[in-house]
Design a protein around this ligand. Structure first.
Ligand SMILES: Cc1ncc(COP(=O)(O)O)c(C=O)c1O
Length: 431
């Protein structure tokens, strides 16, 4: 178990003995403008500065606004012309008291799992840019593609519906299940609530044909039917989507400024699944004031694939930097994409029990597990550092793991009640 592997690094004998209730939880992102972007040019024009600063303006949410980038990113090309306000930003940052950290290492958590849009996590930041382009092009529906429990596909279905667009989702599943009703577990329930059009494809067909050709086939069909589809690639990861996490870096900078830069993060740690999040974060960290080292833990493919992929994304913005200079990618795939060992799931459960933070098992769970393993194996690399871990959401994915999780959770019993206890009046009888 990872916790016991790391236990020797700390005097704290067991994560389960962590004095959770005594933790000093420092949060920033709350007692200040609730939308960082209101302080810069993305804000809507309004005379009501006070309500805007408090995030009270309901004209802001779901509005499309002209976009101007942070000054340090203004040389990138192309710069998106517009952005939708879909997420609840800024997401909070708080201290994450993980047990068994190397000496004097602090871990802070950027809560992008709290970005809103029905638990859309990191995906909503990319969709703010992608859907602005879709609407500008006059699209009436969105096509995208991913795994059967794709958080990205679900986030797209939700955001599209908010903007009155239909969604068509190509979902990859096993050969055995491809002809069957996919059910309602996790992300599927939300997608089907949204009325998303789901088309299943087997893993083998996906591998053979590829996501680009598959989305093209569907696009041609929809065009023939007179629809105006806009295609979003896997994970929303293209150069336009990359702006979502360039913006997130501006948000983090502004959150730090509000605290008079009393904290400075040395490292940023995040999961990598299709590459767009790390492309934006590492470019933003490199170009902006923070200059934190970005460590990505990839949960599929391998680091070399992602260095090349990120290079393509940042070349698409004419950034003129080498991906290998701005991000370090480590492998956290384990048994394979979306497949968990019971040790990983136990880790997710123990982090929740120790800190109150629920990680998804497919992305942030594997990334945090990978980070703790690296900290245990290379403590000197992390000692004394202030680390910002970006929780990218994906909580609905947990529901796909309940069978595997069941043996890890206990804590229930039939309450022992004596039939003779007299009733006291309270709130109703609830039946
Ligand atoms: C919950 C969650 N976290 C992290 C990621 C990885 O982000 P990216 O696809 O930008 O690499 C994804 C999607 O792949 C995701 O759904």
């Amino acid at each position: 178990m990872l916790w016991s592997a790391t236990a020797r690094l700390s005097a704290n004998p067991s994560p389960l003995h962590l004095p959770v209730s005594n933790q000093s939880i420092t949060v920033f992102g709350k007692s200040k403008p609730s939308r960082v972007r209101c302080s810069h040019s993305r804000a809507m024009e309004s005379n009501d500065d006070t309500s805007k600063a408090k995030g009270l303006s309901f004209d802001d949410f779901l509005s499309k606004k002209p976009y101007s980038p942070p000054t340090w990113a203004s040389h990138l090309k192309p710069i998106p012309s517009h952005v939708f306000s879909l997420a609840h930003l800024p997401t909070p940052i708080h201290k994450w008291n993980l047990p068994n950290l190397p000496q004097n290492t602090e871990v802070w958590l950027k809560r992008d799992d709290l970005s809103g849009m029905q638990l859309s996590g990191n995906k909503v930041r990319k969709l703010e840019f992608l859907l602005a382009e879709a609407v500008a092009q006059g699209a009436d529906c969105i096509i995208t593609i991913g795994g059967i429990q794709s958080n990205h596909c679900r986030a797209t279905a939700v955001a599209a519906k908010y903007l009155n667009l239909d969604s068509y989702l190509i979902l990859r599943t096993s050969k055995l299940l491809v002809d069957k009703d996919p059910g309602l577990t996790g992300n599927l329930l939300v997608e089907r609530f949204m009325g998303a059009h789901i088309q299943l494809i087997s893993k083998e067909e996906y591998a053979k044909i590829g996501s680009v050709a598959l989305t093209n086939v569907l696009k041609e069909q929809l065009l023939k039917e007179g629809r105006r589809p806009y295609v979003i690639p896997v994970g929303g990861s293209n150069s336009l989507g990359t702006w979502g996490y360039i913006e997130a870096m501006r948000e983090i900078e502004e959150q730090l400024q509000i605290r008079n830069n009393r904290i400075k993060f040395d490292d940023i740690v995040v999961a990598c699944g299709s590459g767009g999040t790390i492309a934006g974060l590492s470019l933003g960290s490199w170009l902006g004031a923070l200059k934190a080292k970005v460590h990505a833990f990839c949960v599929c493919d391998d680091p070399d694939y992602f260095y090349d992929f990120v290079q393509d994304l940042i070349d698409g913005l004419q950034a003129g930097v080498n991906a290998r200079d701005i991000v370090s990618i480590l492998n956290a795939k384990g048994l394979g994409y979306a497949i968990n060992t019971s040790e990983e799931l136990k880790f997710v459960k123990e982090v929740a029990a120790a800190t109150g933070v629920v990680l998804d098992p497919v992305y942030s769970g594997k990334a945090a597990y990978g980070m703790m393993k690296d900290m245990a194996e290379n403590p000197k690399k992390w000692e004394g550092r202030k680390v910002l871990f970006v929780h990218t959401g994906g909580l609905l994915g947990l529901f796909d793991k309940v069978d595997q999780m069941a043996p890890l959770v206990g804590n229930w019993q039939r309450m022992d009640v004596n039939e003779s206890i007299p009733r006291k009046e309270g709130i109703g009888k609830m039946f």
